[in-house]
Design a protein. Structure first.
Length: 231
């Protein structure tokens, strides 16, 4: 009885919090000073049409570095927790790798996977021009890997190679960040490379390169996580 009363009380308190947020919500009629600076000066300072990418990769580069580090720790933790010992392999349950996928899944994967990987690469390399970027494109690529594992459960990803690729991407990411400190105005400041013509595919200094490294790192880490769940 006391447990039910406690649960009802907690739900009621959460309801009051959300009600207060909903009632007190007011839509902003104008940009805040910091947002106004980003919108007005971002394209001029960095040569990046996509303001979101400019903020995530340059102005708030340390935050992006933290997010990538958190994703790495998640991948490492999942791999450690789900790693099977030799004695665990002799189980009565049929391993996932021996289960056959349905014809619809196999056919759908064969048709969709090339488009998924192509679209993921497109989102990564065009993140400085339009909606997208490294995180989004890496997640799209990982979704293609997930479809592959569903359609072909017997497939085994080269975890060692993915780990090497992820580590190299992270190392180059840090190297570019430090280069920004030495050659430009701060960490991950990509202006040590030519900005080029505004809106062109090859432009915005090192921002496209940073976005590509993030996409490679995110795609590899998420693929390792998916492979760990499969096994």
């Amino acid at each position: 009885m006391m447990r039910r009363v406690f649960i009802l009380l907690v739900v009621f308190l959460f309801g009051l919090v959300f009600l207060n947020v909903a009632v007190g919500y007011e839509e902003l009629q104008s940009l805040r000073p910091l947002a106004r600076h980003y919108v007005a000066q971002g394209p001029v300072e960095l040569g990046v049409p996509n303001i979101v990418t400019a903020i995530l990769i340059t102005y708030r580069g340390f935050d992006t570095l933290g997010e990538v580090a958190v994703l790495f720790m998640v991948a490492a933790s999942v791999g450690l927790l789900l790693k099977k010992n030799e004695g665990d392999r002799n189980t009565a349950e049929k391993p996932i790798s021996e289960r056959k996928a349905g014809e619809i899944v196999i056919t759908g994967a064969a048709v969709l996977m090339p488009f998924i990987f192509t679209f993921g690469a497109y989102v990564i390399v065009n993140g400085h021009l339009s909606a997208g970027g490294g995180f989004q494109g890496g997640a799209i690529v990982a979704s293609g890997v997930m479809l592959l594992l569903l359609a072909r459960p017997e497939s085994e990803l080269n975890i060692s190679m993915l780990s090497i690729i992820e580590s190299l991407a992270g190392a180059f990411y840090i190297l570019i960040g430090v280069s920004g400190i030495i050659l430009a105005g701060g960490f991950l400041d990509g202006r040590f490379l030519p900005l080029g013509e505004f809106g062109a595919f090859i432009s915005a200094g090192a921002v496209p390169l940073i976005s590509a490294l993030i996409g490679i790192k995110v795609g590899a880490e998420l693929s390792v996580i998916l492979s760990s769940f499969k096994s």
